[in-house]
Design a protein around this ligand. Structure first.
Ligand code: BJW
Ligand code: ZN
Length: 254
């Protein structure tokens, strides 16, 4: 078995060889170390809540207050969260010209807060809401006091501007993600269970177009079988290690 050190060094060499054509694809696991709960797994949100009761348009129609209460609770947690070493290392890789973009399924905005410039949010953003009637968008700075919040333009119900089950992904973001996946030479897949579609197609599309897949996760996933490197470690520790290796290698070129 390769050690974390050896795996990180191999990953670092692949990223350097890709000359800036590396793309990251992230999920809830990347924010776990910031204290944001994941969906699936041991302490996942779905253990305590039924997704069909909360993350569907039907649930919202049935009980907008309940759905908003759940989102407000999550906003409160996210408001206290700070980007962790994983978010920060990705932003640094971008600054170094080694990372082209981050495609995220997360709605917490922590990649942006870490300074990530190129960011594709596939499932929306929890700090945005949109009007169910006129489509007007609102950005929250803090969790809304009044639940459910109403549109400042027309007074109709606002809904979280996130993608629920059964809803299509935002068209422009999806198109951009597909293009990034096709053009990537390395895809870093970090902290996602890889079971929610169509986002879960990203690693396969990248692979089919010749990308090397580096997966970082604390456990194995359906993506592991196509990964060229699987690093079984917490995201923060693994990406920091890769960054450290990149700096070592570029300081002492062979
Ligand atoms: C760590 C770590 C650490 C932990 N370090 N790692 C079969 C049946 C029923 C439905 C379907 C079906 N097949 C396909 C569907 C459709 C459905 C779907 O995929 N369902 C599957 C679950 C079965 N998909 C949809 O409905 C999508 N839309 C769609 O298909 O539209 C079609 C359409 C087209 C045209 C017109 C109309 C319709 C939409 C999916 C939207 C998903 N939305 C959510 C909620 C977003 C809003 C919110 O946040 O409230 O997105 S669900 C939830 O899952 C959220 C996430 O972004 C997404 C992915 O989860 P993620 O990020 O992978 O997190 P976890 O928790 O699953 O995994 C965390 C991982 O991290 C684990 O692997 C851990 O090990 C790891 N980890 N700590 C590193 N420290
Ligand atoms: Zn409105």
């Amino acid at each position: 078995m390769e050690t974390l050190d050896e795996l990180a060094e191999r990953a670092a060499r692949l990223i350097l060889k890709a000359r800036g054509e590396t793309v990251a694809f992230t999920g809830a696991g990347v924010s776990a170390e910031s204290g944001v709960p994941t969906f699936r797994g041991r302490d996942g949100l779905w253990k305590r809540f039924r997704p069909e009761e909360l993350a569907t348009p039907e649930a919202f129609e049935r009980n907008p207050r309940l759905v908003w209460e759940w989102y407000r609770w999550r906003m409160e947690i996210i408001a206290r969260a700070r980007p962790n070493p994983a978010h920060l290392a990705l932003a640094e890789l971008e600054k170094l010209g080694l990372l082209r973009c981050v495609i995220t399924q997360n709605v917490d905005g922590l990649h942006r807060e870490a300074g990530q410039q190129c960011l594709v949010e596939l499932h929306g953003n929890i700090w945005r809401a949109r009007c169910t009637k006129c489509g007007h968008r609102v950005v929250f700075r803090e969790p809304p006091r009044e639940i459910p919040p109403r549109c400042p333009r027309c007074g109709a119900l606002l809904r979280p501007d996130v993608v629920w089950f059964g809803e299509p992904l935002p068209e422009q973001e999806w198109r951009q993600a597909l293009q990034l996946a096709r053009e990537a030479r390395v895809l870093l897949v970090i902290g996602t269970s890889g079971v929610v579609y169509p986002a879960a197609l990203i690693p396969t599309i990248a692979k089919e177009n010749g990308a090397k897949i580096i997966e970082i996760n604390i456990e194995k996933t359906p993506i592991t079988s196509i990964a060229d490197i699987h690093i079984e470690a917490p995201a923060g520790k693994a990406i920091q290690k890769i960054l450290e290796k990149i700096k070592q290698i570029t300081r002492t070129p062979i």
